[in-house]
Design a protein around this ligand. Structure first.
Ligand code: NAP
Length: 262
């Protein structure tokens, strides 16, 4: 099986930690040159240093805040003007604030739509000409299992994730003829800062301990444990590899079997 990404160039967003960093780390291990994109420069510098370079990969970073689509546009355009080849784009950023959909202010939907779908679209539009020329293209969107089964208490997130899934499926149909695949990877409960944040919120809301809450999550997961970020990153890296050339337009859950749907 050909998993080699030597000589390929990847841009990975939301990547100083968690699922984005884990994806970047696996891509680097397969040989890709990786550009991290997040808002915190100090953390970016540290994250770049933690990527594998044993195959002479060259890694770098871009600073942009997904709350400001213009920043994202400017960062990617500047990057492309100096580094014209991009083969792989991994779209990802922090999740929207929790809460019931019925309680969400209209502005919360607009903010989340901008930070997620609009920024992803800006990035795709910017890199696609380069990807087409290079002849090797992989676009991955890190979304959520809520695409298939809405998660109670994440009303805005559930809504926006669905929009991204439809957008991505549409792009998969439009870009396939150029050898570009577009796939979504859907995390289930995975141990990251975001997960710790969700745990804290549930502890405050219910008065239960972290262990009690985690037991409540795990009861519905056939593998009986929370996922590891590197397990998620491996799935992303596989979809970016030559071995996954004929996989296009899918939603791949990485959830230990949590989803009850087929
Ligand atoms: N972990 C889970 O169990 C789980 C489950 C389902 C869905 N998800 C979703 O998967 C995505 C990644 O989750 P995670 O667990 O990896 O989260 P995380 O550990 O909080 O990491 C989020 C990453 O996104 C970056 N980021 C956050 N806000 C940003 C912004 N406005 N602009 C640019 N970069 C930003 C952060 O970088 P900075 O250093 O710049 O802040 C960080 O690198 C989220 O959308 C989350 O909702 C996660």
């Amino acid at each position: 099986m050909n998993l080699e990404l030597t000589g390929k160039y990847a841009v990975v967003c939301g990547s100083t930690q968690g699922l984005g960093f884990a994806s970047a780390a696996e891509l680097a291990l397969l040989g890709a040159h990786v550009t991290l994109l997040s808002r915190n420069e100090e953390k970016l510098i540290e994250a770049v240093q933690n990527l594998d370079t044993s195959l002479q990969q060259k890694h770098t970073y871009l600073v942009a805040d997904f709350q400001f689509p213009d920043q994202v546009k400017s960062a990617i355009e500047t990057h492309l003007s100096k580094n014209p080849v991009v083969n792989i784009l991994v779209n990802n950023t922090g999740g929207p604030k929790g809460g019931a959909a019925i309680d969400a202010a209209t502005n919360e939907f607009l903010t989340a739509f901008n930070s997620h779908l609009i920024c992803n679209h800006i990035l795709v539009q910017a890199v696609v000409p380069s990807v087409k020329t290079s002849g090797y293209g992989r676009i991955i969107n890190i979304i959520s299992i809520s695409v298939k089964q809405p998660i109670p208490g994440l009303g805005v997130s559930n809504t926006i994730r669905g929009a991204i899934a439809s957008w991505a499926k549409t792009l998969a149909g439009e870009l396939g003829e150029y050898g570009i695949t577009v796939n979504n990877v859907l995390p289930g409960y995975t141990k990251t800062s975001r997960y710790d944040h969700v745990l804290q919120n549930k502890m405050s809301a219910t008065g239960k301990s972290a262990r009690e809450i985690e037991e409540g999550f795990v009861v519905d997961i056939p593998l009986k444990r929370i996922g590891k970020a590197e397990e998620f990153g491996a799935a992303v890296a596989f979809l970016c590899s030559p071995a996954a050339a004929y996989i296009n337009g899918i939603n791949l859950p990485v959830d230990g079997g949590w989803l009850a749907t087929l």
